[in-house]
Design a protein around this ligand. Sequence first.
Ligand SMILES: Cc1ncc(C[n+]2csc(CCOP(=O)(O)OP(=O)(O)O)c2C)c(N)n1
Ligand SMILES: CC(=O)[C@@H](O)[C@H](O)COP(=O)(O)O
Ligand SMILES: [Mg+2]
Length: 629
Amino acid sequence: MTTTTTAYPLLSSIDDPSALRELDRKQLPQLADELRAFLVDTVSKTGGHLSSNLGTVELTIALHYVFDTPYDRLVWDVGHQTYAHKALTGRRQGMSRLRMHAGISGFPKRCESEYDTFGVGHSSTSISAALGMAIAAHLKGEDRKTVAIIGDGAMSAGQAFEALNNGGVADADMLVVLNDNDMSISPPVGALNRHLARLFSGSTFNAARRAGEKMLGVAPSLLEFARRAEEHVKGMLTPGTMFEEFGFNYIGPIDGHDLESLIPTLQNLKNLKGPQFLHVITKKGHGYEQAEANPILYHGVSKFQPEIGILEGKGGGKPTYTQIFGDWLCDMAAADPSLVAITPAMGEGSGMIRFARRYPERYFDVGIAEQHSATFAAGLACEGLKPVLAIYSTFLQRAYDQVVHDIALQNLPVMMALDRGGIVGADGPTHHGVFDLSFLTCLPNMVIMTPADENECRKMLTTAFRHPGPTAVRYPRGTGMGVAIDPELNELPIGRGEVRRQGQKVALLAFGSMLKPALEAAEELGATVANMRFVKPIDRELILELAAGHTLLVSIEENALVGGAGSEVARVLEEAGCTTPLIRLGLPDRFIDHGDQTLLLAEIGLDPAGIVRTVRERLGDEPLLRTVA
Ligand SMILES: Cc1ncc(C[n+]2csc(CCOP(=O)(O)OP(=O)(O)O)c2C)c(N)n1
Ligand SMILES: CC(=O)[C@@H](O)[C@H](O)COP(=O)(O)O
Ligand SMILES: [Mg+2]
């Protein structure tokens, strides 16, 4: 670790924001330089979100410099851009274990620091939360300030608009800072982006800067600032911004890397009453050449050498499930012209870029708009197209009513490709996709599949796509077993599992990713292993057959135990009056922290050793292998 006093003399002297506020304003550019170098160094060693963090260094410094944190509340949206905030709020040393097990979280977390005012990871919650805090302050007679910091990508989501709609007429002193870097993870989409681009048109921005300099250079009084802001900046240069229509006092756009603009503007805004809106322009990846040139690649990174940057296109290893999906999507699109594919702002992460390039007219990136994406898919299905909604399991949570009300209830053939099902690792509890089996299994009409290997995934995707009702294929983050892939587009019989290993006494009923550890555990236990494949409709016949031939059943899934696949197994046994005991293995009723995927699964007992341990504990001294007569 190179966080020595010599490497970062100024940064090392800041243990909390009160020390930052002691600095002379002239020292702040140096602090920004050190902080940026520190971030590149740290993230290159730990992995994490890089380009968004590089873009918010000056904004973070300015906010902590101007506001009396933690008494004043900073509410970050998504939270993937808060590494500078963490480094300035007493966590600089801890960042050598960023996103690692028992280390610093990659997102703000209330239990980690009093400066993390609101837990986050999913986007577009900041204005709602900040409004709640601002109204609470008002009701309690407290004079604290509340600031929401939201990106242009996050601003595109419905919830952000719901909050603006509420906040624009609420009796609350709240500042919304729009950090506009003209990027989501991918290039931004939609009409909001067009509106922001218009505000940022060269002439407007330059004129606004000139006016801002003039206005701020003389450190105007509060009233003078307000008058000039309204008359000369807002009225003259940026008439009719959408945010004003919502009832906010819109200021900007200003240069978000220029501390000399940021600080006086924030100081003045701090004193204004009612809903305030500051539009700042930043560059994703600012100050690190490689990240500026390719902010998508540097959005989320693994370890890399800062002097060289990320080496692309090494490839060669096992394909990820995401790649299996991306290949299947292109193959199926070639075979069926009615296929259309939708992503709520996760085209890269979902493996859809080749498809997007090949079939741009059939590719819909709808922005961070999970609810809309689901209902939009339903609409496409109503008209006979075959929508494939590619969505991370964790983000589908936001579209639950749309899945229930718009897709399942109407029995529409929308296929959901659920990536990142199960424990995702370093992103932690906000991103683990461990509830989907529970919240989808209870829905009538759904068909739910969990592939155990890559080739099975491809077959399930085909099966789902051709099924005339709602389906979900749920696969994990990362690679699978490394099996060969059939080039054909073959289907599987719906609702049928298979026995993969014949053993005795104990039968392990594995769902999806759990087949691999189950097979390994079975070697030691001499157990039977079934690859259940379908959570819904579950293979009733197979379960009862296994129950009849074994003395103990063990269901294993990478999902919450409550309401998951094991619950379905239990239901089948109960309905049949079958008394064979069942142990259900899965995620306990608590949120699982961040850390390495393998390590977390082992901690929960969802690895081969854990499965063996559970079975042995249950059987006590009973011999595992039945003596065959
Ligand atoms: C509800 C939800 N959907 C998708 C994501 C994935 N995601 C994380 S950051 C991001 C882009 C956000 O763009 P913006 O707010 O402009 O921040 P930037 O990355 O540009 O700094 C997306 C799509 C998420 N975290 N939450
Ligand atoms: C902050 C956020 O929500 C995304 O950037 C997410 O971290 C991506 O996860 P993957 O790395 O699994 O694509
Ligand atoms: Mg952005």
